[in-house]
Design a protein around this ligand. Structure first.
Ligand code: AP5
Length: 208
């Protein structure tokens, strides 16, 4: 199963991806996690990406595309993958299609987790993320339930940056909904319900 997850920042893409990984053993390719790891490691990529991420802007396409290309070649991605946070604009979507075609692979579904902006702002303001493994949970969880790491608030989860990220989503990423509808692989789920209810629908849509 090869899946793209679509949805606004904070819609719950990472949360649903974690559950799909647990059940189906797919490779979770989150460009946000990969970029945050590069920032933490202070690599050349991380140094270039940090200012864009802190401002809530998209990192330049070529930097992200190179990361994804490399990750798609890895052994664990051969049996199936979830792309979380990629593609983020039409140029990335077109590049992904041609990369997959060159690998003689294809996408089975583009799953939109749909949540309204006012819910997003509340969720992101109270989100905490594990410094070690990237696990996310609401505020109040201080120790990561998955690996015991420290939970912290991401720099881009501050109110002014959240609004910028939502604007970027509307102008650059939301057009991909029509892109994938046009490819007849769009599936939609209402993400404004308890996590397990959302997942029950996600599972049903992907295994139908
Ligand atoms: P990235 O890390 O991809 O951030 P994002 O898309 O903004 O998504 P988030 O991780 O914020 O949200 P999510 O949908 O995964 O929600 P989550 O499950 O955590 O990108 C960060 C930055 O990196 C970008 O701004 C950009 O600069 C750069 N970048 C990344 N990819 C790029 C690309 N392809 N091109 C260029 N630049 C790129 O849930 C959120 C919260 O809600 C959590 O606290 C969770 O516990 C809670 N929650 C989840 N589901 C529910 C539910 N059903 N009910 C109640 N609470 C819930």
């Amino acid at each position: 199963m090869n899946i793209v997850l679509l949805g606004a920042p904070g819609a719950g893409k990472g949360t649903q991806a974690q559950k799909l990984v647990e059940e189906f053993g797919l490779a979770h390719i989150s460009t946000g996690d990969l970029l945050r790891a590069a920032v933490k490691a202070q690599s050349e990529l991380g140094l270039q990406a940090k200012a864009y991420m802190d401002a809530g802007k998209l990192v330049p396409d070529q930097l992200v595309i190179n990361l994804v290309k490399e990750r798609l070649q890895a052994d664990d991605a051969q049996a199936g993958f979830i792309l979380d946070g990629f593609p983020r604009n039409t140029a990335q979507a077109v590049t992904l299609d041609s990369e997959l075609a060159a690998m003689e692979r294809n996408l089975d579904a583009a799953l939109l987790v749909d949540v309204k902006p006012d819910v997003i702002v509340k969720r992101l303001s109270s989100r905490r993320t594990c410094r070690s493994c990237g696990y996310t949970a609401p505020a109040g969880v201080d120790v990561c339930p998955r690996c015991g790491g420290e939970m912290y608030q991401r720099d881009d989860d501050k109110p002014e940056t959240i609004q910028k990220r939502l604007d970027v989503y509307q102008t650059q990423t939301a057009p991909l909904i029509e892109y994938y509808r046009g490819h007849s692989i769009l599936k939609e789920v209402d993400g404004d319900r308890p996590v397990d209810e959302v997942y029950a629908d996600v599972r049903a849509l992907l295994t139908a």
